[in-house]
Write a protein that binds this ligand. Structure first.
Ligand SMILES: [Zn+2]
Length: 299
């Protein structure tokens, strides 16, 4: 049916598109699918595509959402099928078209326009994930092929299902940064205006240290590489202060590659350099010299 009201409170304006199929059942494996519109980056392009193209029958194309640097347009009900990515992608995806091009480099995804756009898309994606029970993760090709829930791209759908040759949003798209921002919005720690997480993480009390095993000295860096799997929710921090803002989190069962560790403020922190630059720290247990008190495995 034609779009009458927004599915998300983040929608700026409705731009109903006739180019869709009505959905008759709840999707069993919803994906959030990222696209680029192959347009310039400017303040009117999202409006032009949503209200001036997808709204017209002759376009024979649509998406659920069209996003620029300041506005989110909804064109198709989430429960209906947009015409965005051939049969398989259309059947299972909630599709988001982003202003920009698949040829953008990683650096170009971090210009002012794209950062503002990514923040809106991350907020929208977090909202969709919350309402549809979609985990905040980028699907591997195997997970996508198996119909698991998650976030994916037109490129991945093309690769896995071979129904088109589209490669958007392109090789330069910063998935690591994007997923961290989605997680921040999902946690409620993101400030949509500036992309900075303002809320401090809850203060944690320092653990009691046992007399037997020896804690590590504070502030000494140790090189070590591995994959750590969390057994509970672990906050990601930009430093080793316990009251710093959370940059996101790993939920139980999820994990990350680390390249070293350091003890500070009563905890042992695993660390890695995020794909787009800044170093991150994750407290993985009390600094008590013991291995059985670690909040996960792989360290
Ligand atoms: Zn696409």
């Amino acid at each position: 049916m034609l779009l009458l009201e927004p599915d998300s409170q983040l929608v700026t304006e409705l731009a109903p598109s006739p180019n869709h199929y009505d959905g008759y059942y709840e999707r069993k494996s919803p994906w959030v699918v990222l696209h680029t519109m192959e347009t310039p980056e400017n303040s009117t392009v999202a409006r032009n595509i949503a209200t001036g193209w997808f709204s017209r029958t002759e376009a024979q194309a649509s998406a659920h959402y069209v996003v620029g640097d300041t506005e989110i347009f909804q064109c198709v009900n989430e429960g209906d099928y947009a015409w965005a990515a051939m049969p398989t992608g259309n059947a299972h995806g909630i599709h988001i078209e982003m202003a920009g091009r698949a040829s953008q480099s990683r650096n170009e995804w971090f210009d002012d326009y794209s950062r503002a756009l990514l923040e809106l898309v991350a907020a929208l994606t977090a909202d969709i994930c919350a309402r549809h029970g979609i985990p905040v993760r980028i699907l591997t090709d195997a997970q996508l092929a198996a119909g698991e829930k998650g976030i994916t791209s037109h490129a991945a759908i093309s690769r896995v299902f071979r129904e088109s040759d589209h490669t958007d949003p392109g090789y330069g798209f910063p998935y690591d940064y994007f997923i961290e921002r989605v997680q921040a919005h999902r946690n409620g720690t993101a400030n949509i205006a500036n992309g900075a997480p303002p809320a401090p993480a809850p203060q944690q009390s320092a653990p009691a240290q046992s007399a037997g095993p020896t804690p590590l000295p504070d502030g000494v860096w140790y090189n070590a590489r591995g994959w750590f799997t969390a057994d509970r929710r672990l906050e990601v921090s930009a430093d080793t202060e316990v009251d710093s803002p959370s940059m996101g989190y790993y939920s139980a069962g999820s994990g990350f590659n680390y390249d070293g560790y350091v003890a500070n403020n009563g905890y042992v922190w695993l660390s890695y350099v995020s794909w787009y630059g800044p170093r991150r720290y994750i407290a993985v247990g009390p600094n008590d010299g013991r291995t059985d008190t670690t909040w996960g495995t792989g360290f």
